[in-house]
Design a protein around this ligand. Sequence first.
Ligand SMILES: Nc1ncnc2c1ncn2[C@@H]1O[C@H](COP(=O)(O)OP(=O)(O)O)[C@@H](O)[C@H]1O
Ligand SMILES: [Mg+2]
Length: 246
Amino acid sequence: MNEIIKVKNVYKSFKGKEILKGLDLSVKEGECICIMGRSGCGKSVLMKIMVGLFKPDFGDVFYRDEQLVFDDFSKLRKYRRRFGMVFQNAALFDYLNVYDNIAFGLKYNYKIDKKEIKKIVFSVLDELQLTDSAYVFPAELSGGMKKRVALARALVLEPEILIYDEPTTGLDAIMVRNIDRLIKETQIKRNTTSIVITHDVNSAYRIADTIAIHSEGVIKELGTMDEIRNSKLKETRLILEGEIDE
Ligand SMILES: Nc1ncnc2c1ncn2[C@@H]1O[C@H](COP(=O)(O)OP(=O)(O)O)[C@@H](O)[C@H]1O
Ligand SMILES: [Mg+2]
């Protein structure tokens, strides 16, 4: 498989506190990679660097072989469009119904007429079994439904790479399985690369092609679940045994 995203020797500090300390990570096209680590270790910061929202203090990000230029805003915008992001809290607009939440990016990023937008939105609503909730407001949705709407909102823009930041946190076990299935189905059906930040070992086991253990500012270990499961590394053991603060 080809490399689609490469993070090379990236450093990032906030107020003198070093969060990423020479981190390397390579993501292969079409895979589902789960990034696991203790809370506060810098997973979301890494994600924001990968999508071009944060500029590293040092080090580089590559899309295929193209180096990301953080100071070239028009290139950066084009780059960011390759990504769809699904955030932990779903981050929906409370004052818009499901349909308008999903259509939002299409209306503002592209010149597409209303009819076409409707077609696209309803086909994704159908795919995610949300058709009946099209005109409902976020306050009336369950946690799992909100996450599906957040995924729908990302999918209508047809991203090449989907990034999920803690997509299952706060959901019950059944919902977690549903979201996991959805992540996997989306990866396979749409042939997207998926990057999933997760605390949940069971989720990672179900969905990951590759697992990356993020600790002390670097990726300490990378491998398949079977490889990671047999790891003797202390950080990896702690994460797999669920002894992480959350
Ligand atoms: N925009 C920011 N300004 C200052 N500090 C930040 C910012 N974003 C993240 N941090 C700090 O970086 C550290 C890692 O955060 P984060 O990547 O969110 O952790 P997590 O692994 O839980 O996702 C935390 O100490 C956090 O306070
Ligand atoms: Mg985070």
